[in-house]
Write a new protein. Sequence first.
Length: 178
Amino acid sequence: MTESPVAVSAAWMPPARMQRIIVHWTAGAHKASDLDKAHYHILIQGDASLVRGIPTIDLNQAPAKKGYAAHTLNCNTGSIGVSLCCMAGAVESPFNAGKFPMTESQWDKLPVVLAALCERYSITPSPTTVLSHAEVQANLGIKQRGKWDIARLAFDPSVNGAKACGDIFRKRTAELLG
C-alpha cells in the first residue's frame, strides 16, 4: 500500500474527542444507500470510492447528540462508524458472501481510511480502539446481537474469524501510521 493517510477529506473529520473506530459492512449492495448513509460516518463502496455519511463524527462525541450515527448497539458514543458497502444476502455458516461480496479493493482501502481517522483523532490502533463490529462483544464486553461483520473475507477464504480479520486491518493501519 502506497496511499497516504490523507485519503479522507479534512472536512469529513471535524474536531471531536473520539475513543475508537468500529468497522462494519452494510449488508447491502456495493453502493451506499440512503439508509447506509444515515448510520455510518464513512462508507467504502465496492469500487473503493468513499462516501460521507449524513451524521458528522462530532455528533458521536460524548455525550452523543441528536442525529448521531447509530451503528453499534450501546457503543456509539465516542465511536466512529466506518462501513464497507457489501455483503447483501451473506450467510455466516455455511459461509456464502451473497450477491455483493466484499471486494479486495474495499479491503485495501480500509486501512488507509482507518489510518487517516487514527491520525486525526489521536487513536492508537489496538483491539479495543480499532475493531470490527464482530469484535465489540469479545473486546469491549458490550453484548451485541450476533453481528459477524467483519469475520470473513470473500476473496480470501483462508482468513476466518473476527480476530483474524481485525488483526489484519489493525496491522496494516499501524504500518501506514509508521
